[in-house]
Design a protein around this ligand. Structure first.
Ligand SMILES: [Zn+2]
Length: 124
């Protein structure tokens, strides 16, 4: 992973993050547009969005908020320099896999193992 790769993935993650935030904001606003919605203020603040989404109990928003957290975590790994390494075994995840799933944190092998253990079947 070169510095150039890092900034490329960083830009990719930032734009995914921006898009997700926009979609979530719209969804939250359309579902909860009553005057008593307590999270109006929090939604103006990006950091409060995942919390607001978690309180909504909406499966779609919940998944997007999960995705958002994964993107945030990937951005954090870029800044601490651990981005691109598998969180389980420490091996390189590989450029092709990262391009397909920039927020992914495990190599394919560990992901398969993880999904096997946790019974999940989504690709990232
Ligand atoms: Zn691994």
């Amino acid at each position: 992973m070169t510095k150039n790769d890092f900034s490329g993935f960083c830009a990719l993650l930032q734009s995914q993050r921006k898009q997700l935030l926009g979609e979530m904001r719209e969804k939250i606003a359309s579902i909860e547009d009553g005057p008593d919605f307590p999270n109006q203020l929090k939604i103006a603040d990006n950091d409060g969005l995942p919390d607001a989404a978690a309180e909504m109990n909406d499966a779609m928003v919940e998944r997007e908020s999960q995705e958002l957290l994964e993107i945030e975590a990937a951005l954090a790994r870029i800044s601490d320099g651990s981005y691109g390494s598998c969180s389980d075994c420490g091996d390189e995840i590989g450029g092709a896999r990262l391009k397909a799933y920039p927020a992914v944190k495990r190599c394919l092998r560990c992901q398969e193992k993880y999904e096997h253990t946790h019974g999940q079947n989504h690709a990232a």
